[in-house]
Design a protein around this ligand. Sequence first.
Ligand SMILES: [Mn+2]
Length: 389
Amino acid sequence: MGTTKTGPIFRKEQGGGASDPAAVLDAATVARIHSSPQPDDGSRVADLEAALAKYRGKRLVTFIKGFPDPDSIASAVAHQHICRSVGVESDIVHFEELSHHENKALVKTLEIEMLNWTDAIDLGLYCGYCCVDTPNGDLPIPRPEHLVLVSLVDHHKASGSIVADFVDVRENSGSTGAIYTEYLSQRPALLEPKTKQSTLLATALMYAIRSDTDDFLLAQPIDYDASAFLASYVDREVLALVSRQSISAKSMDILQVAMDAKILKGTYLIAGVGFVREEDRDGIAEAADYLLRREGVDTVVVYGIIGGHTVDGSLRTESNTVDPDKWLKDLLGQDLAGRHYGGGRRDKGGFQIPLGVFGHCSNRDLLWQTVKTTVEDLVFEKIGASRDK
Ligand SMILES: [Mn+2]
């Protein structure tokens, strides 16, 4: 298995397939937003199946936006599994590079097939798209008109209006994986009889729930219920294998730089780590996770210049007063198209600011000093700290 870049979804020389008029009509269906916190009676999975069944015999694409993490990956696989059960093929496509050695290990160990987005992928061959673990259906690529949003399942704060056949956004869930597990629990035939495939899916979901809830520290009842359901299907050896990944040498280097560069202002710690290679960007998040453990610190921002073209940062907080999503949106604002540079959830957030033409600056020290000074100025002003003290 693996991410073989062949097969019918890639563009043929003569361009893609025609759009499907039936799918275009479906776009007019207005979303029914599920937001009730009550335990579900199985109607949601029935609604999801009904939305997907309109595409029986056809092909959908499930997009993972942002950097693939265990929750988005496992949810996409669970979604694919439900698609198959109603006779719909669904490919998983991610836009950002699969990074972080743990995520790579997850994909490899659990034999998950995902495609990294390239222009060679022919969207004309898909009748619609689905989103998991993301609060809206916006895409980082131009969306062909025929490609309608079929479903969106998420647990983040809703952002913007969503028009899709099926929407299930539950902020009272610690993970999207738990929501998909609930669907599976209401359709026992989806994991029974136990096969290698169902075991790997359950293991991926268990890992996703653990990972997205910080080992259950942030878990909600639905996450515990989901884990209890998954327990009998999980391959514990595989779970242990995926969980026991060590910190990479490069992440350790970044952590060291962050520790040397750290600036403490009250309960805030910020650290600029300079230039970081694209494939090492998770070292920033790992450093932020680690530095939050420092006594007396409740909020950490670690940032660097990734690949020479983007200022990328991670925020971690244990503070009751810092809402990462709002904090980063207030701090950095938005671009001309109205997209925020950053956002997050209850305890963590991240941001990406493209450097644009400034990325070409030949004096790298000067470029870094400019970025560092700007980020520090913004953060200091936000938290009411002065540069000198
Ligand atoms: Mn999630």
